[in-house]
Design a protein around this ligand. Sequence first.
Ligand code: NAD
Length: 490
Amino acid sequence: MSAVNTATVSYPDVLLFIDGQWREGTGQDGKPVSEPIINPATEEVIGTLAHASRADLDAALISAEGGFATWRHVAPHERYKLMRKAAEILRERAEEISTIMTMEQGKPLFEARVETLAAADIIDWFAEEARRIYGRVIAPRAAGVEQVVHKEPVGVVAAFTPWNFPINQAVRKISAALAAGCSIILKGPEETPASCAALVKAYEDAGLPKGVINLVFGVPSEISAYLIPHPIVRKITFTGSTVVGKQLAALAGAHMKRVTMELGGHAPAVVFEDADVDHAVKLLSGAKFRNAGQVCVSPTRFLVHEDIYARFVDGFTEAVQGVKVGNGLDADVRMGPLANSRRVEAMEALTADALAKGATLRTGGARLGNKGYFFQPTVLTDLSPDARILNEEPFGPVVPIQPFTSTEAVIAEANRLPYGLAAYAYTTSAKRADEFARRVESGMVSINHHGLALPETPFGGIKDSGYGSEGGIEAIEAYVNTKFVTQLGL
Ligand code: NAD
């Protein structure tokens, strides 16, 4: 990886990648259509993004069909080698790609770097898994019968990824699909497209055959409405809000397509009375403001035992006041702007609602400056149970802290919402940790540390947070069909 002067990195215009070529959208009446890309720290237009027309989507579908016909027959060992090469290319370009990501998404440069390098690790891990997709032989009930289970790639995948982790959300889908032998049409994030395109470019430069990845952008609802029912597409994978996820899952269901849904969450972060409070303050204040809280597994409902409540609130509020907010390209900034103006409006509305219902504002609570989508790291206490922030995913840097009195009460509160993505607990009691892990309704549980989202560990939710997994061996399962063959030897 070479050092890059962030001041000299220029943001690229972003094209579609269809059938191995980077190209403009053909648009209406043959005229290209594009949209501006905005730097959330400055609100300046930094580039343009090509939009796919119906004709472009048709071209991507035909290309992906051809790509699948080729790629499914590429030996897993060769897939492995090519994917490892893509990971190396990503590492070599990490500094430049991270800078571009910060320019379009806002997160601090060190977070963008972590995301880019983690993506290379994810590719490596799925590359290895390509060599370990095992079928099995089942003992027969009659002599001469052979019963075999094959794992076959699902086919052409349509993937939809959001703006909060422009590379991470895409790399999990692309790499699991490719490892399994599928081809993919990715509708990338329109607001943060260039780093996602750089990921696709790394695969292209590693020598991926044309058609195996196609990258499109445009009007999300139009693209999903066209791709999901299309007969060429066999599998849908979406990361985004629960509302949209339910719509897309319903459409996929109507066409009997396999689906993975990675949706919203509202993660309880429980601090029991026997916890190491300083440790909990340090880790939770770090985790909560990562990516300005725009993380599906962000700790969002802080539940603190009444015996240590005052100490926790004071310590946490002090830690939050030390979070430096600014342009993510500046070296000492810990929290950048929100990714778009919608999130600022949402933070203003959630905070105003909580205060109107009697909450106490411990720190923050307002937009910062008059340029860029900045919002102060905010802490609220004394919340009414019907405050919206206790019931809707905040997806931003606002923290509600509530006291609790008993394990029963806190587990009931943790399980109260329809979400079930991530859950956190702090305790020095092994018994309590075990009880929390068993009783909390959540796809992922992390105790005394924040250890989620590694390539080799399952990543996914239950209830309204979706289904399927985007990590671990479960992630490969989502891209393979099971075929059972029984044969009587004659
Ligand atoms: P949104 O619900 O409109 O969009 C969320 C994502 O879904 C975006 O990437 C968008 O392009 C895509 N999308 C929207 N409608 C679509 C459709 N019909 N077909 C295909 N894709 C579609 O809202 P938003 O303002 O972008 O984000 C707000 C909420 O989305 C957040 O509060 C959060 O709950 C959720 N979100 C979750 C994640 C996650 O990692 N799970 C990421 C981003 C946003």
